[in-house]
Each structure stands twice: as C-alpha cells, then as structure tokens.
Design a binder for this molecule. Structure first.
Ligand code: GLY
Length: 258
C-alpha cells in the first residue's frame, strides 16, 4: 500500500522559520483550505493518508518532509537544522515505527532536513545548506549505503532546501532552477534529462510526483506549460499561502509504501 503522512497546519504558522523570504501575513484559514486540497489529492491518487493533529507549539510542523527520510528498508529520523523544529520529530517517529523495523537517527553534531534529500532511484542527492551539514550527510550515508544507496552532497545556493531547487518529474528527468543549483554540480548521468523552470517562476522547481502525475503549484503556469509540452501529465494545486512560510509541495507529506 502507498501511505502519506501529513500534519494539519499549526495555528502558530505565522511564527514559522524564514531564511530567504520576508515575513508576510499568512491567512490561516486559506492555508488550511490549501492543505486540505493537498490531502484530498493524495487520497484521490490512492494514498492512505495518516494525518497528524496540528501542534500549536510547532509553527513549521505542517512541513513533515523535513522530519524523516523513508526508504523501503528503513526510516531515518532527521535532526533539523533549525532548533525550533526538533520537537516535530517524535510524532513522526512514532508513526514510522509502525511501518519500518529500523529507525536510524541523525545525531548531534549532524543536522539534516528531509527537504534537502532527493531520492532518484538508488541515488540520493543531499543539499549542503544552512540546514544540512557534512556530519548529517555522512550519517545519512552510513544509514543508507548498506542498503545499496549512493549518497552524494550537492551545493545549493540562494534557496532553503535542495528540493526548492530540483525535484524529479520522471524516472529519468529532473526539473531544476539553474539559478539555485549548478547542472554540473548535480553530477547525474548524461542520460538524465534536465528540464528548467521558466525563469520568471523560480520556486516552480518544487513539484510533487505522484506516480506519473506531476503536481505543480497553481501560480506557476509557465513552468507547467513547459512540462506539458514535454509530454508530462500535470495537475496543479493552490499553494501560495503555505509558500509564504517557505514551504513547497513536497514539504507537506512523507510518502512511502508498506
Ligand atoms: N518555514 C520552513 C522552514 O524554514 O523550515
């Protein structure tokens, strides 16, 4: 079965961490409506959604992706780079413990945000960012390498997470914002197709791939048109309210099979 862990939007989201964005008022009702549409799409696409209740003390807790890295063989509970986000881990670990016999953990001095981890087959790219340090990358490698995964650090500049700059839109295709990630630094094999966002839509690289469907934030019509022209099946979702909290589509779920 295919599962998704999500978490309701915290009433404290206005106090979220911000790194590259200026603080703008976040309308809680609108953020919750957009999140509900996201959860509904996951259900429509056959995911069994495990929705955790909101935590009024954890402003960023809707962004569950940062709390764990889940592969078929185990789950790695992260240690987010922002100290304010570490209280988000316990309920996620509790749920994942029902599905994976092994829960590894990133320990101090390591830091790692799940948003910095992009799985692409057996290749795992990890953004080196203010949220994820070399010790975190090394610990993730130690956890995943015995299961046949190659873990490689990638430089990211100008955005919060690796997956702000690049996501997979097909089994051998990545969508990138070349302003935030260097094509060559990605180091993927030449047969991997690298598609680019429309330059006027820098945040469009964070798409959510559900089977063959690529979900794009509704505001990014030009990038969506590029993907459609390339033959990809696309859907859109409103995501601009949560985007003010510096979160994208991938941030709002942890997807895995069991
Ligand atoms: N507000 C998302 C984050 O900074 O982690």
């Amino acid at each position: 079965m295919q599962f998704a862990i999500t978490r309701e939007v915290s009433p404290a989201i206005a106090r979220c961490e911000l790194t590259h964005l200026a603080r703008a008022p976040i309308e809680l009702t609108r953020a919750r409506e957009q999140h509900a549409a996201y959860v509904a799409l996951l259900r429509d696409r056959g995911r069994t959604v495990i929705e955790l209740p909101a935590d009024p003390e954890a402003p960023d807790s809707v962004f569950v992706e940062d709390a764990a890295v889940v592969v078929d063989e185990l789950a790695v509970i992260t240690r987010p780079g922002a100290a304010s986000r570490r209280r988000e881990l316990a309920p996620i670990a509790h749920v994942l413990g029902r599905f994976r016999a092994t829960l590894a953990r990133i320990e101090a001095p390591g830091t790692l945000d799940g948003g910095d981890v992009l799985r692409f087959g057996r290749e795992v790219l990890v953004g080196r960012t203010p949220r994820t340090n070399d010790a975190g990358v090394a610990q993730l490698r130690a956890a995943l390498a015995p299961h046949g995964y190659t873990v490689r650090a990638v430089e990211v500049r100008g955005c919060l997470h690796l997956k702000t700059a690049v996501t997979a839109v097909g089994p051998r295709a990545l969508l990138i914002n070349p302003a935030w990630i260097d094509r060559r630094a990605l180091g993927v094999s030449p047969e991997v197709e690298l598609l680019e966002v429309d330059p006027s839509e820098p945040f469009a690289a964070n798409t959510l791939r559900l089977d063959e469907l690529v979900v794009v934030p509704r505001a990014f019509e030009k990038t969506r048109a590029r993907l459609v022209a390339r033959g990809l099946r696309c859907a859109d979702l409103p995501a601009d309210e949560l985007a003010k909290a510096e979160g994208g589509l991938t941030c709002c779920s942890l997807l895995f099979t069991a």
